[in-house]
Each structure stands twice: as C-alpha cells, then as structure tokens.
Write a protein that binds this ligand. Structure first.
Ligand SMILES: NC(=O)c1ccc[n+]([C@@H]2O[C@H](COP(=O)([O-])OP(=O)(O)OC[C@H]3O[C@@H](n4cnc5c(N)ncnc54)[C@H](O)[C@@H]3O)[C@@H](O)[C@H]2O)c1
Length: 392
C-alpha cells in the first residue's frame, strides 16, 4: 500500500504535543513498508498553542476549531487530545465524516458517553482506538510475554501504584482536571492507565472492594492565563474554585482467576512527579516495573541455587518487544523514554489503518468503555462501603 495517510491532532496541550511528535517519528520505526504519513493539521482553541505545535512538529496548518478537522477532506486519521468531556462530540463527528480516530484515555467523562462512542465506532467500520500508551512500554510488554508463556505460573497478586504530585501544592491552579464527580480525578486521569495495565497482565477484574476516594484539597485558585497540562507553577488569581473529584483512589480488586489486586493512586504524592510501578507475583516467578527505570524490569524465580537467588535486574534490549525494530541503536542499555510509547502507539494505529499486522493491536473504544466500567465499580464501592461486581 503506497497511498499516504493524512493525520491531524485535536488539542495542542501537554499530551497533544506528544501525539504530534509521535506522528512525526512513526515512520522511523518498524520498517519502511507503511504508507507515508502527511502531518496535515493541528487544532486548538488556543491559537498560540496550535501555531507553536504546527511549527515545532512540522504540520501543514494550524486550526482554531476541531470542526475544521471534521470538515477537511485531506485528513484520514485524527488523535483527540483534549479534556475528557469533549471526547464524545469530537469522536462521533470525526467517525461520521469517515476519519479513523485515536482518542485519549479515559475514553469519555461518563460511561453513557463511552457507550455511545462504542456504538458510533461499531457502526463506522473505521479504526477507533483508545490511547493507553503504557501498553507500548517494552518492559511492561516483556513482563506480559513472561506471563503469557506461563513462566510466572498462576498469577496470585498484582500490587500497583501510580503516584503523581502535580496537585500536592494546594495553591496549584485549577483546571478541567479538578471538575466532575468522584472518579473523574486521579482515578480517571492516570489511575485508568494502571487499571488497564493490571487487566492486560492479569486478566479481567471481576470485583472491587474497600475503595476510598478522598478529596484532600477542597479548592484551588483560578489561573490567570491558559492552563497547560497539570498547570502547576502558573500565575493565579485570588478567586478559588471548589475541587469536586478525588485526590487519591485506593481499592482492592479481585481478578477472574482469583488473584488479588491492591491499588494506590494519588495526585498529591509529594516528591513523586510520575511514579508508576507494580509487582506481579505468580506461583513460579515474580516481576516488577518502575517507570522511573523505563528500560528495565525486575524478575525473580525459583532458580536452583537458593544461596544466591534473589531479585535480578533485567536490562531491556533486542530480546524484548519493540527494541530491534524500533530503536536506531538497538542495544541493551541504550535506554528509552515515555515519548517512545506514543511513537509506538501512533505506529500501531497507522498500521491498523493500513492493514499491516506487525504490532499488538491498539486498545479499542470497547476497551476504553471496559476500563470505565471498572472505575465506575470503584466509585460505587467507595460510596456504598461494600464489594461491587464489575459489569461484564
Ligand atoms: N496517555 C497519556 O499518558 C496522557 C497524558 C496526559 C494526558 N492524557 C489525556 O490527554 C487529554 C488531554 O490532556 P492534556 O494534559 O494534554 O490537557 P491540556 O489541558 O494540557 O490540553 C488540552 C488542550 O485542549 C485545548 N482545547 C480546549 N477546548 C478545545 C476545543 N473545543 N477544541 C480544540 N482544543 C481545545 C486547550 O486549549 C488545551 O491546549 C486528556 O484526555 C488526558 O487524559 C493522556
């Protein structure tokens, strides 16, 4: 297939720039047989952000509305990278206009919106993907391979944490991230990644228990300028707005295979800007991951010599997923970062559009809805103080 694919990004904020970068670099990974990518348009209501991103990543044009992307006939595929409550309208309009969509997580701000988006995706016959970018971590994928081959034995316990500190300062400005009911705070914002990762590795979560969703900082100042990403550090006014969603989410989960899951998610974990990590314990071996050491993972098994056995550090290299076909210097120990996950994600999305079958498929809208159903069960468990079964 030689036809080119015209791409656009809606949202030139924090993550929109990562999508823009990813489309620029997607052609450099996994061979040269994919159709060329045209970087057509970047859209943002903030025209400074749109123009900056156009110039920085080399898009043909900047637009000030997402409707201009819907109406364009030189665009085939679009990333939606704006606040969660905007996802549904944009995704449904793009699908109706015949464009493939990669929508950021969480898929929507309500389960009802997500259900409607799944219906629209099914009716369209187009690629409708959800942006769980950590699925593209080589180390997490390598651990997944060990689980799939049975090297870990029966999975017994997943212990995961995702700690951030962008909200630790009570005077950090408010933004769309602090609006919406319980469940739309730390849980949806980045806990959704951890829930997706746990289900990818350990299977379906069937029940939630013991959830707590405290709001610790009750109001925040209104920013004076445009808030970008987590908005920490920007100038603020004297006006304060209430915070209506959780700073912390903790809960216990039961997986379909009987394994237990313990989860700790926080946006007020001082000193942890972006600490995603987990341990997964099986009957034969265990593995661990820490995002701050992206290009390695921990592993321990029942090696015969007990006197020298223990956790070992496995350095990611060409024996693991993504590295041989994606890195310019495909050696163990070169290292990589989170931006590569977005590149691999863009590649997987573009491959699926082109009918190429080289990478694990991107999460679908149905996967995004599934993820939100787990989060809904967490919210219901916190409200009722009881165990809640996750709807299938
Ligand atoms: N996969 C990841 O690791 C990851 C990381 C961060 C954010 N995200 C997701 O990406 C999305 C955006 O998050 P962010 O941190 O980039 O937010 P952000 O606030 O930094 O950026 C959002 C951008 O959308 C623009 N915008 C607002 N209304 C618009 C409209 N009607 N049309 C066009 N643009 C509009 C804003 O001007 C802003 O530039 C969210 O869904 C978030 O959950 C994913």
């Amino acid at each position: 297939m030689t036809e080119s694919v015209g791409v656009a990004v809606v949202g030139a904020g924090m993550a929109g720039r990562s999508h823009a970068h990813a489309y620029r670099t997607a052609q450099t990974v996994f061979g040269t047989d994919a159709p060329p990518v045209r970087l057509v348009a970047i859209a943002d209501v903030n025209t400074d952000f749109a123009n900056h991103t156009r110039d920085r990543y080399g898009f043909e044009r900047a637009e000030s509305s997402w409707q201009a992307i819907v109406d364009a006939d030189d665009i085939d595929a679009v990333s939606i990278v704006v606040a969660n409550h905007l996802h549904r309208d944009i995704a449904e309009a793009l699908l109706a206009s015949g464009k493939h969509v990669l929508c950021e997580k969480p898929l929507a701000s309500t389960v009802e919106d997500a259900e409607s988006m799944v219906k629209a995706a099914d009716a369209s016959g187009l690629v409708a993907a959800c942006g769980f970018s950590y699925r593209r971590s080589p180390a997490v994928s390598a651990i997944g391979e060990q689980i799939t081959t049975g090297a870990l034995g029966e999975i017994q316990h997943f212990n995961g944490r995702y700690w951030c500190d962008y909200s630790a300062d009570p005077d950090a400005p408010t933004s769309w991230r602090y609006e919406g009911p319980l469940g739309t705070g730390a849980l949806a914002d980045f806990g959704s990644h951890l829930v997706d990762m746990a289900e990818q590795l350990c299977g379906t979560i069937v029940r939630i228990n013991g959830a707590v969703l405290p709001i610790l900082i009750k109001d925040r100042p209104v920013p004076l300028g445009a808030a970008l990403g987590h908005a920490a550090g920007g100038a603020v006014s004297d006006e304060r707005k209430p915070v209506t969603n959780e700073d912390i989410a903790m809960f216990v989960a039961e997986f379909a295979n009987g394994a237990a899951g313990t989860f700790s998610i926080s946006r007020v974990a001082l000193g942890h800007p972006n600490s995603l990590g987990f341990e997964v314990f099986g009957t034969k071996a265990a593995a661990s991951f820490d995002l701050s050491a992206n290009a390695e993972f921990g592993y321990v098994d029942n090696a015969p010599n007990r006197a020298t056995n223990g956790w070992r550090r496995v350095i990611i290299g060409p024996d693991h997923p993504y590295i041989a076909a994606a890195q310019s210097m495909p050696f163990a120990g070169i290292g990589h970062g989170g931006q590569e996950f977005f590149t691999y994600q863009a590649r997987a999305f573009l491959d699926e559009i082109a009918g190429l079958d080289r990478l694990p498929r991107q999460a679908t809208f149905a996967d995004g809805l599934r993820n939100m159903r787990v989060e809904e069960a967490i919210v219901r468990s916190a409200a009722s103080g009881t165990a809640v079964t996750v709807p299938r």
